[in-house]
Ligand binder design. Sequence first.
Ligand code: KG4
Ligand code: ZN
Length: 351
Amino acid sequence: MNILAIETSCDETAMAVVSADGGLNNPRFSILKNTISSQVKIHRPFGGVVPNLAKREHEKNLPIVFQKISKDKLKQQIDLLAVTVGPGLEIALWPGINFAKTLSQKRGKPLVGVNHLEGHLYSFLLSQKTGNSKFNSFPAIKVKSLFPAIALIVSGGHTILLKMNDLTRYRKLGETRDDASGEAFDKVARMLNLPYPGGPEIEKLAKLGDSQIIDFPRPMIYAKNYDFSFAGLKTSVLYYLRDKKMTDKLKADVAAGFQQAVVDVLTQKTSRAAEEFQAKTILLSGGVAANKKLKASLKRKARQLKLNFFSPVFRLNTDNAAMIAAAAYINHLKKNKKTTGRIVAKPNLSL
Ligand code: KG4
Ligand code: ZN
């Protein structure tokens, strides 16, 4: 089946056409189109996403992106439409939902509402030819053999650890009690006068620094639960920078030290969960999963523990609509009433 998916939960207007088959036992996806119209340049001067501007840009971009997708001959029959219903900025979610509803009516095709976090969760199932990507995309093995699995979702709004018994049954083990990991990256970047979004900027700068020089705290790393907390780490960076002269060397060492602290906490807690629950696989997704240090650290740990490790290829870590199509397929097969019910914006939707 061919799925056209729309994602507008934050500052990317994204649309994709994905072909899916294989059912729940052997889901296979092929990305036919994957278009993202980024608003980063528009929000950058404000140091973060401005909701009203996001709405305006989505409304402007949706027909353009749709045109673009349809222009290179959208010959494939579309069987199912999918749209992100939450979590996200309510004002940004609606333009995507309204566009999808109109399309569904015009084409007489069913529409599924998708949880954005499930999009990230299932993004590991998408494989894409990326030339020399160092990291695995989904290989030709039976899905069943991957479970139980521990999934870490790290994004701008969420940091969640899940135990998956199979593809459709999962339970939350823990989540952040304050800032999400991506949010911490963005806030520390601002302290270092780096532009929004901060994650990629910190990663770039950290390469020039020494992660051993400043010993930032690793909050809750040995706590006997699977929750996270990044607000204290962010405050430590703030205190560290107080009264110091902001030299290039200092900035690079702070970026490297901060990044290492986040990577250590995420790696330690995820691998401990994998051991405790005798997982066969570690899954990593969400915008922060684009961070090469984090990816390499978890991959190394998984190898030590003799576990599978999957994370989507680089450009499918940050928000995109291909992952929404993948989650739509899984939900469509599962007939998930929770997400396929009334299609309205659900800004606080959880997993
Ligand atoms: O999943 P995503 O694209 O959007 C949300 O659902 O929130 O994640 C965006 C977050 C931002 O906080 C951004 O700074 C962070 O992911 N991010 C990174 C990197 N690339 C994006 N964080 C660390 N290192 C990166 N390379
Ligand atoms: Zn996201």
